[in-house]
Design a binder for this molecule. Structure first.
Ligand code: KG4
Ligand code: ZN
Length: 388
């Protein structure tokens, strides 16, 4: 089979990204324009601002991806774009541009689920390293600012199929990192800062109760397949992170931490790009201990539940992907605990853990081989699920 070059476009949240990937196995170029600076003053992503930033960035970002790949518009074989889930206005910027390009160039267009993209980020990099050995079923934990989802992935021919066997009932894990960082005056996004500071505090200082999920999810739990149900009954492997965020708030209040938090918020706001030393200079021991304990509780919950699910469904391989997969303690804990169970675990490199378009172009490759192209009237699906 001749090499297939796919130009991927991603604009689901606050990164405008474009990449060229060869045959799902080699990143030829990968450009990510992050809007963090735009959203930072608001402590989170502002959807209207995100759409406007995508509009400004999409053309130069795509041009850069082609220039870095030394390719012309004509020399790519197909275009791929994120259809959802994500912010509707942001998704539409990428989709409209990709449709126009595909139409003008007379190239096939492939619609990709963002979550499938995160899963294929792992596969892409393993193939790039020369690792073609992969045993199914694969259990994939997609853990980011918007998602904490467990998928059981199988392969049918070149195509992948997915079954969702667990998800968060409330906040995503990355959202909990972001909200706790905001509460403690550490800015946005919270994950990378908490990751760096946690090593400087005592993770045993504050005890957090593990979230107990007793009730079945009536709201929107997709029914488990017959085969899965036979395996482990009706059990799902759901997560919940709004409780720990409230527990951190209560701890802050009962320990009178507000004055020091406000002082830190004010001090850090004066520094354009705070470095670790700046954070440390303005963070007292009580806050460092709280951060370390919060991260430890998050990591134990994510790892414990994922490995329980892996045992129950007899997973042969584990993927951990999405923005939170960049977390150092999470990686170490997964590596240690999965090794004890003889389960191979793979992560994307840090740049490919957070949102990017290489993962979209990689996930599009099996669809290209299957001729699974999008009709030109397809649209954004903000709440898109991954299944089938
Ligand atoms: O995958 P991503 O870039 O965007 C979404 O699809 O949501 O993930 C962003 C999320 C944010 O919540 C951010 O705080 C979190 O990933 N994150 C981290 C780390 N780096 C990013 N969380 C914990 N530790 C990190 N090192
Ligand atoms: Zn993402």
């Amino acid at each position: 089979m001749a090499d297939v070059y796919i130009l991927g476009i991603e604009s689901s949240c606050d990164e405008t990204a474009a990449a060229v990937v060869r045959s799902g196995e080699k990143i030829v170029s990968n450009v990510v324009f992050s809007q963090i600076a735009t959203h930072q003053p608001y402590g989170g992503v502002v959807p209207e601002l995100a759409s406007r930033e995508h509009l400004k960035a999409i053309v130069p970002v795509v041009r850069q991806a082609l220039a870095d790949a030394r390719r012309t518009y004509d020399s790519v074989d197909a275009l791929a774009v994120t259809q959802g889930p994500g912010l509707a206005g942001s998704l539409l910027v990428g989709i409209s541009y990709a449709k126009a390009l595909a139409f003008a160039l007379d190239k096939p267009l492939i619609a990709v689920n963002h979550l499938e993209g995160h899963i294929h980020a792992v596969l892409l990099e393993e193939r790039q390293k020369g690792n073609w050995e992969l045993n199914f079923p694969v259990l994939a934990l997609v853990v980011s600012g918007g998602h904490t989802h467990l998928y059981l992935a199988m392969q049918r021919g070149e195509s992948w199929t997915y079954e969702n066997i667990g998800h968060t009932r409330d906040d995503a894990a990355g959202e909990a990192f972001d909200k706790v960082a905001k509460l403690l005056g550490l800015g946005y996004p919270g994950g990378p800062v908490i990751d760096k500071l946690a090593g400087h505090g005592n993770p045993a200082a504050v005890k957090f109760a593990q979230a107990q999920i007793k009730h079945p999810d009536r709201k929107d739990a997709p029914a488990l397949s017959q085969k899965t149900r036979q395996g482990w009954g009706t059990q799902r492997f759901d997560f919940s992170y709004s409780g720990i965020k409230t527990a951190v708030l209560r701890y802050v209040e009962t320990h009178n931490m507000h004055p020091s938090i406000e002082a830190r918020r004010t001090a850090l706001a004066q520094i354009a790009k705070p470095r670790l030393e700046d954070y440390l200079a303005h963070t007292d021991k009580a806050a460092l201990d709280l951060v370390a304990s919060f991260q430890r509780a998050m990591v134990e919950d994510l790892v414990g539940k994922t490995l329980a699910a892996a045992r129950a469904c007899d997973a042969a391989t584990l993927f951990v992907t999405g923005g939170v997969a960049a977390n150092n303690e999470l990686r170490q804990r997964f590596e240690r605990d999965a090794a004890m169970e003889g389960l191979p675990v793979y992560f994307p490199s840090r740049p490919l853990s957070t949102d990017n378009a290489a993962m979209i172009a990689a996930a599009a490759y099996p669809k290209f081989l299957a001729g699974d192209f999008a009709p030109l009237d397809f649209s954004a699906e903000a709440g898109m699920r991954l299944s089938g």
